[in-house]
Design a protein. Structure first.
Length: 123
């Protein structure tokens, strides 16, 4: 699971434990001004069909970690999506503007509270 915090007008997401290795990142940080929306929940069927791993781990719906590209690895115009997710029930989806990643899809211990924290920071 990831730990989410707000620091100096930045949304900071820290991967914990072995997930740092599987996601190939220990931290993702973006300005709050880049956050377009944040929601809880994810259905695996809602994922793009041609979501291909660029750097990270894909264990067939058991764990997604790292950088993926919407539209396939060779689609250089496809949006990049960062994952650190094991259970869809723990998912929050953060949509971004003008950042390297279009979406951050992460698992949190308390997804509803995490979404509220981010939404309050955006006000």
């Amino acid at each position: 699971m990831a730990r989410v915090k707000i620091e100096n007008d930045q949304l900071v997401i820290n991967m914990k434990g072995v997930r740092k290795f599987f996601a190939m990142k220990s931290e993702v940080s973006v300005p709050l001004t880049s956050v377009e929306s944040v929601i809880t929940g994810l259905d695996w069927k809602d994922l793009p069909k041609a979501l291909d791993k660029v750097l990270g781990t894909n264990s067939n719906e058991l764990y997604y970690g790292g950088t993926f590209r919407d539209g396939g690895f060779w689609n250089l115009d496809g949006d990049k999506v960062f994952f650190d997710l094991r259970r869809k029930e723990e998912a929050i989806v953060i949509t971004l503007n003008d950042e390297d990643f279009k979406k951050l899809i992460i698992g949190c211990e308390t997804p509803e509270e995490t979404v509220k924290l981010i939404q309050q920071a955006l006000k």
